[in-house]
Ligand binder design. Structure first.
Ligand code: ADP
Ligand code: MG
Length: 309
């Protein structure tokens, strides 16, 4: 079975409002899958259905090829968007309690918590009350509790919101390590730029519909436009620019560099390739920069939304 999790033709309605309109996703075993889309797209609703917190109106969720069962929750670690911890309990006490609820023995729970608390450098918080923690700190504690019982499927709803960039980076790294250790990871985010490096697969949700999904590298290949950004040093920027305009489709470039050179993007025709362009540029200028423009997930989202509109 290649897919660990499959959501098939899911519909969810709240009164007259359709929050999920025939949404299907397939999460390959051992992959990181990003569920992306702006606020209100339906991400949390789908994750709640997968975690059996709400029922879909139509459609089926399969785990390991079998329709989801109530006791499948033992195989799933879920970090909800609403991070509820008991505010007056101490961090360590609460973590132990929640770990026991997941079926770990007291000794096992303590050992694994210690391992993770040390790893994330939060051992000092063990005897603090949750209410004393900042939002980001409490979120780190919840992350640990989510992954503690080594579930084969991990589901994180907006795992990076509430974190500063340093801690978001730490969590990103831990997610990558969990994948290396064999876990399958499904997470949601409305901040599409934060996932570029992380996802193997993605689905874009927009206004309750899935508008795009697939392997991230394939989607990017499909959406790229044979465009290169170049930084060029020549005797006269004006003359060079005029010559380039004559031969190619020229646009603004977005890269930064320390060189005070002419920066442009050059879109090639379908039959042209980067070597042709390089060969031409070699005769015209010193080339300080030459990089293919790979569309960001955000670019792809905007393009898809405008196409569908
Ligand atoms: P996302 O997580 O992508 O931001 P949600 O899944 O939380 O989006 O919400 C999708 C839409 O469904 C929103 O318009 C939201 O208001 C609506 N919605 C979610 N849960 C409920 C509910 N229990 N009752 C009514 N509307 C809801
Ligand atoms: Mg949400």
């Amino acid at each position: 079975m290649e897919n660990l999790l499959v959501a098939e033709n899911i519909y969810k309605r709240f009164g007259n409002f359709t929050a999920l309109n025939n949404v299907s996703i397939e999460v390959p075993r051992g992959s990181i899958f990003g569920l992306l889309g702006p606020n209100g797209a339906g991400k949390t609703t789908l994750l709640r259905i997968i975690n059996q917190i709400t029922m879909p109106d139509e459609g089926v969720i399969y785990l390991d090829g079998q329709p989801l069962q109530p006791d499948d929750i033992a195989h799933i670690g879920y970090l909800p968007e609403e991070r509820g911890l008991y505010k007056s309990m101490k961090v360590g006490e609460q973590a132990l309690y929640l770990a026991r609820l997941k079926g770990l023995s007291k000794g096992e729970a303590k050992e694994r918590l210690q391992y993770w608390f040390e790893k994330l450098d939060i051992m000092d918080w063990w005897d603090k009350k949750i209410q004393e923690l900042s939002k980001g700190m409490a979120q780190k504690v919840q992350f640990v509790i989510t992954v503690l019982h080594n579930p084969k499927l991990l589901i994180f709803d907006e795992p990076f919101s509430g974190f500063d960039p340093v801690n978001a980076g730490i969590i990103k790294n831990e997610i990558l390590k969990l994948k290396e250790e064999g876990a399958t990871i499904l997470f949601s985010t409305h901040r599409m730029e934060s996932v570029e490096e992380l996802c193997d697969y993605m689905a874009l949700l927009h206004k309750s519909n899935k508008i795009l999904d697939g392997k991230v590298s394939e989607i990017k290949r499909e959406y790229k436009s044979n465009t290169y950004e170049v930084g060029l040093e020549a005797a006269s920027d004006e003359v060079l620019l005029a010559e380039l305009r004559d031969k190619f489709e020229i646009g603004p470039a977005s890269f930064k560099s320390i060189n005070d050179d002419l920066k442009v993007s050059i879109k090639l025709q379908e039959h042209e390739n980067p070597n042709d362009l390089l060969q031409y540029l070699l005769t015209k200028a010193k080339i300080n920069h030459f990089v293919e423009v790979i569309p960001s997930v955000n670019d792809i989202f905007i393009k898809t939304v405008t196409q569908n509109a």
